[in-house]
Design a protein around this ligand. Structure first.
Ligand code: CUK
Ligand code: CUA
Length: 764
């Protein structure tokens, strides 16, 4: 056994040798050789050098991409395009225990529609919280188009905390976007539908079907949306689409476009021309402009109508109070993107080849002068397009979305039909550059491109098709995110990243140094409601409490055991297993899964999570830790025994598989003392160096100290039993003592290696 620790030491030493041998092999082949062997051009190598992030190094930006139909959010680094995480949002995700523990099930339950669990979401547009128009890296919001909902993700732990279901909409699209100080999150409906939940025939489309924009109030301190302080502005049934909030001079306003202001209702199966024909007849649709600050005052003044328990400002009130205006926009528009300085709103027409740049200054002057060209059938004032326009630019066929550069007046627009990105100047109204992408770009994103301070440098094109870009994997292709260098005058394509998780509509990216996620929870934390769990359990306080038919198990996990290791219940009981991970060490997550129950917990350091299920049949149900957490991970196990109904409780008494005597104890005891000598030598090395200057090592030393504390406890027990000549217990506890020693040694060696590799200095 001693040799195991020794072997570990030698393995580390041997690894050191292997690294330098590898270094020699590296230099044996020149860059030219590799380029020849792999058929790489100078340009390829340059692109590789611009995106490669060496091992141990990190990315400059972090992107949050919608996961489309997966209902998740994908997190990746830029420029390496390495995927870091899938955040579970609207869909169960077992690795994070999302939808498999009670705490996260409670979050998913908030997203029920008419009481029904909705375990799928069509995520579209993520938005990062802002302070003064600048990304602050605290929260992320994303909408679900199919079931109109908004989710709140806390970037302190990258977990979904809240889902709010829209009380009046039946679908959404124009969300999530935030006000410059994140007071509100916007959600605009897509397909017009009656606000009420009953049946309304399509013959009443114009009268009863409605569009809407909901302003969800966000409480930053609590990190939650407040539905009771949120309101909706009723809109005509125009198929509202993308939205954006104003900033700077346009702060206080929001903009939402639309694409079927014809209000056409199809019915191809009844011989009527389909939606697509009827929804693209007119040359223009409408950009909706809403004075949300004034609307918020109307809400506060009670000038709302309650629908489904939610406050709605009717079209009539909105018109009368002067908070709602329309302005024509090009055919079937898509995208409504406010410039970083807030002076312009850029809209593209999918069936037009122009981007249209509206001047907010002109819009405001027209509204102030009550200079309206017309009114729509619902009485909403319509502004004159020509009078409100700053310029329009021919950017290519099928322009969609626009993003901004750090360079003044420079914008990038995705060109769907031509499969291009067009770089252009929206002040001067001229095209600067074009680059082809593969294929059919939807959204595009620049670094911090939605904020008042875009960072430039990179652009990611989110493509709808991948066709021939990647190794084939069947008829369903991955999506393709292409990384483009925008630091120079000409755009340069750097990298293709396949995304195998649904259609990512939109993404946002933030400077990595603005994100400061924690590495552990306060002990006993319910991470989903951000409170100490009432089920938290301290070491030594594990217990089983029966409340009628419900058996509560208050347990703990720590390398490498789950307490309790044997749970006995009766058939028909409901079993609620609450586990607290006692670890403080970074990345020491334990999992917990139990046969045939659909329970899987992810217990990050400090977290308390609960798995509840009905023990509806007698039997034997092994459980274990699902994260490879330590050398004795496989031994991190236990048994749930479900006795047949009415059977008398059997004393939990195991027959010994192996019987130990004094010789076994003495042998183990000797090993432990030798192991201690090895540990002491590692400790001596660490403490004789300036380890306190290395944060990761300080954390490792803390962890090792914990383990040595447990070792001391186990030693006391072993020696206690030995004194009573109970060699069975003495030997087993001596074995446990050794387990803790091995863990301490493993951690100590990691610390030692780190110090050696990072040039720690010997101190006197
Ligand atoms: S959208 Cu425009 S390409 Cu934002 Cu749902 Cu997909
Ligand atoms: Cu804990 Cu494996």
């Amino acid at each position: 056994m001693k040799s195991l620790v020794r072997t570990a030491l030698f393995t580390f030493a041997a690894a050191g040798v292997a690294v330098s041998a590898g270094g020699a092999a590296w230099s044996a082949e020149s860059l030219d050789d590799v380029m020849k062997r792999r058929g790489l051009t100078q340009k390829d190598v340059l692109a590789a050098a611009k995106t490669y992030v060496p091992t141990g190094k990190r990315d400059e930006f972090i992107a949050f991409s919608s996961g489309g139909q997966s209902g998740q959010v994908i997190v990746y680094g830029v420029p390496s395009m390495r995927i870091l995480k899938y955040i579970a949002v609207f869909t169960p995700e077992p690795w994070q225990g999302y939808g498999f523990d009670d705490e996260s099930k409670a979050v998913l339950a908030q997203g029920r529609i008419h009481g029904k669990d909705i375990l799928f979401g069509d995520t579209h547009h993520p938005a990062i919280s802002e302070t003064g128009g600048v990304y602050d890296g605290q929260y992320l919001f994303i909408n679900d188009k199919n079931n109109p909902r908004i989710a709140v993700i806390d970037l302190h732990d990258f977990e979904t905390k809240q889902i709010v279901a829209n009380p009046v909409m039946k679908s959404d699209h124009g969300g999530a976007f935030v006000t410059p100080d994140t007071e509100y999150v916007i959600e605009a409906s897509q397909y017009a539908a009656p606000f009420e939940n009953g049946y309304v025939p399509l013959s009443q489309f114009n009268e009863k079907y409605r569009g809407a924009v909901t302003y969800w109030k966000f409480n930053r301190e609590k990190g939650r949306i407040e539905p009771e302080n949120s309101f909706t502005v009723e809109l005509p049934p125009y198929s509202q689409d993308l939205s954006d909030f104003g900033k700077g001079p346009s702060d206080g306003w929001s903009f939402t476009n639309s694409f079927c202001s014809e209000r056409y209702v199809g019915g191809i199966e009844r011989g009527r021309p389909p939606f697509e024909a009827g929804c693209s007849q007119k040359d223009t649709d409408f950009l909706h402009m809403i004075n949300w600050r004034k609307a918020a005052e109307l809400f506060k003044a009670g000038k709302t109508t309650k629908i489904n328990g939610h406050d709605v400002i009717t079209i009539d009130t909105a018109v009368k109070e002067g908070v709602l205006f329309l302005i024509p926009e090009p055919k079937s528009p898509h995208g409504a993107d406010v410039s970083p300085d807030g002076r312009f709103i850029i809209v593209s027409g999918k069936l037009d080849s122009h981007t249209w740049v509206y001047s907010f200054e002109k819009i405001k002057a027209l509204i102030d002068a009550q200079d309206f060209a017309d009114r729509d059938p619902y009485g909403i004032p319509i502004l004159d397009l020509k009078k409100a326009l700053h310029t329009s630019v021919q950017v290519g066929l099928g322009p969609l979305h626009t993003q901004y550069d750090s360079k003044k007046c420079v914008a990038y627009t995705s060109i769907y039909v031509d499969s291009q990105v067009t770089k252009w100047d929206y002040c001067e109204g001229k095209v600067l550059d074009k680059i082809s992408i593969h294929y059919n770009i939807g959204h595009l994103m620049t670094m911090e491109g939605d904020s008042v301070t875009p960072q430039g440098k990179y652009l990611v094109s989110l493509n709808k098709l991948a066709i021939d870009r990647f190794n084939p994997v069947g008829p369903l292709h991955p999506q393709n995110h292409q990384l483009i260098d925008i630091s120079g005058d000409k755009m340069e394509l750097l990298y293709d990243m396949p995304l195998p998780l649904g259609e990512p509509h939109y993404a946002v990216a933030i400077s990595a140094d603005k994100l400061k996620p924690g590495i552990r929870y306060k002990s006993g934390w319910n991470s989903r409601n951000d409170e100490r769990s009432k089920y938290r359990t301290r070491p030594g306080k594990e217990k089983v409490v029966r409340e009628g038919n419900v058996v509560h198990v208050y347990g703990t996990t720590i390398r490498s055991h789950i307490t309790p290791e044997i749970i006995e219940v009766e058939e028909g009981d409901t079993v609620s297993i609450h586990l607290t991970n006692l670890e403080r060490a970074e990345d020491e997550t334990h999992g917990f899964a139990i046969y045939g129950t659909n329970v899987n917990l992810s217990l990050e350091p400090g977290k308390t999570a609960t798995g509840t299920f009905k023990a509806d049949r007698p039997g034997v149900f092994p459980y274990y830790c699902t994260e490879f957490c330590s050398a004795l991970h496989l031994e991190m196990q236990g048994y749930l025994l479900v006795r047949p109904k009415g059977m008398k409780e059997a004393a939990v008494e195991a027959t010994e598989g192996t019987v130990y005597g004094q010789a076994d104890y003495d042998k183990q005891h000797k090993t432990n003392l030798e192991t201690q000598a090895v540990i002491d030598s590692v400790v001596a090395f660490i403490t004789s160096h300036n380890y306190q200057d290395f944060k990761p090592v300080v954390a490792l030393v803390e962890d090792a100290t914990d383990q040595l504390g447990f070792a001391a406890d186990a030693r006391k027990k072993a020696e206690g039993f030995a004194a009573k000549k109970d060699w069975q217990n003495a030997t087993l506890w001596a074995g446990q003592w050794w387990q803790y020693q091995v863990k301490a040694a493993d951690i100590g060696l990691r610390a030692k290696t780190y110090l050696e590799q990072h040039g720690a200095k010997k101190i006197k």
